[in-house]
Design a protein around this ligand. Structure first.
Ligand SMILES: NC(=O)c1ccc[n+]([C@@H]2O[C@H](COP(=O)([O-])OP(=O)(O)OC[C@H]3O[C@@H](n4cnc5c(N)ncnc54)[C@H](OP(=O)(O)O)[C@@H]3O)[C@@H](O)[C@H]2O)c1
Length: 291
């Protein structure tokens, strides 16, 4: 695999279908299209598709769970990127959107390379240890187990699984939104480790995987896992706000209570490096953006 960035010339003549053009997928579609790929995308709603079409992108609205995937992929894209989300759904939505759509993509459609956006939530480690792609990924929750099942299916077909950390970027940062709305809490002693990735760095990792067809699992996180307390201290100091109140650990959180430092060394060894090496660079931009 060679070094590749979103601004690289890309692969003229190659085609890609991005299924799920949301926060990450829409930016990937923009980058692929700008770089000379024949790229198209799918959203669930007409309103999202319309907004992207108004930028000159090729997008159709369809519900993947019930659509004829053969018809949606009739142009035989060489690369299919599955980055549709499950919305706020639980295990049923995970099964339908991740496992069943991926199964049908493999059975019913023609492509050379399938890329799946998974999640670092599959690592159940809670002891603050460093986790790489070869460490155990045995999630406790049903949703995590479905993600793992989907990963195995993709890997069995020489596909790529990108395990994304918590995504933030222009107009979206869940912990910042909670802080500003007064809902944020510091859990326990604040020692839980958070792993983040800026949207643009997630997109450059997806682009790299698409352009270089690298099978296997890759963690996609920035260089700097931080404790929750470090995160809030930096952001609150920057905003001149008090730290949020303390509260007991939320053991019922959707993605299970974990604490680990996700290593991005494998992806970095492939030539990728994040433009936002820590949350600080990304948050600085978001804070300036908010005015
Ligand atoms: N957010 C995180 O921190 C995080 C962390 C790890 C992994 N991930 C994963 O990363 C991927 C990308 O996340 P994201 O934040 O970019 O997601 P997002 O902003 O929620 O966008 C999801 C996109 O998928 C489309 N979609 C959802 N269900 C669909 C269906 N049934 N048929 C067709 N299209 C459908 C949505 O269409 P509409 O625009 O019409 O709604 C939207 O365009 C997802 O797989 C997510 O699970 C996210």
């Amino acid at each position: 695999m060679t070094k590749q960035t979103p601004s690289s010339p890309g692969a003229p003549g190659r085609s890609a279908l991005v299924i799920g053009c949301g926060f990450v997928g829409a930016q990937l579609l923009r980058n692929l299209s700008r770089s000379g790929w024949k790229a198209s995308g799918i959203t669930l709603s007409e309103s999202s598709a319309d907004a992207l079409r108004s930028e000159g992108l090729e997008v159709v609205a369809a519900d993947l769970r019930i659509s004829d995937l053969r018809a949606l992929t009739k142009n035989d894209p060489s690369v299919v990127v599955h980055c549709a989300s499950s919305g706020k759904g639980g295990a049923v939505a995970y099964r339908e959107t991740f496992l069943e759509v991926t199964t049908r993509l493999i059975q019913d459609t023609n492509f050379e390379h399938l890329i799946f956006t998974g999640s670092t939530s599959v690592y159940a480690q809670a002891d603050g240890s460093l986790v790489t792609e070869t460490d155990s990924a045995e999630p406790e929750r049903e949703t995590g187990k479905i993600l793992r099942e989907t990963e195995e299916l993709v890997l069995a077909h020489q596909g790529t699984v990108l395990r994304l950390a918590g995504i933030y970027g222009p107009g979206r940062c869940v912990p910042l939104e909670k802080l500003l709305s007064g809902e944020a809490v510091v859990e326990g002693d604040g020692e839980r480790i958070m792993n983040s990735i800026h949207r643009d760095d997630a997109v450059s990792a997806l682009y790299l995987a698409a352009a270089n067809r690298c099978p296997g699992i890759f963690n996609v996180a920035d260089n700097t896992p931080v404790t929750q307390l470090e995160w809030f201290r930096w952001v609150c100091t920057r905003l001149g706000r008090p730290l949020p109140p303390s509260a007991p650990r939320n053991l019922n959180r959707k993605r299970a209570w974990t604490s680990k430092r996700v290593s991005n060394a494998k992806l970095r060894s492939m030539g990728w490096s994040p433009v936002y090496p820590s949350f600080r660079e990304g948050l600085e931009e978001l804070i300036i953006e908010r005015g």
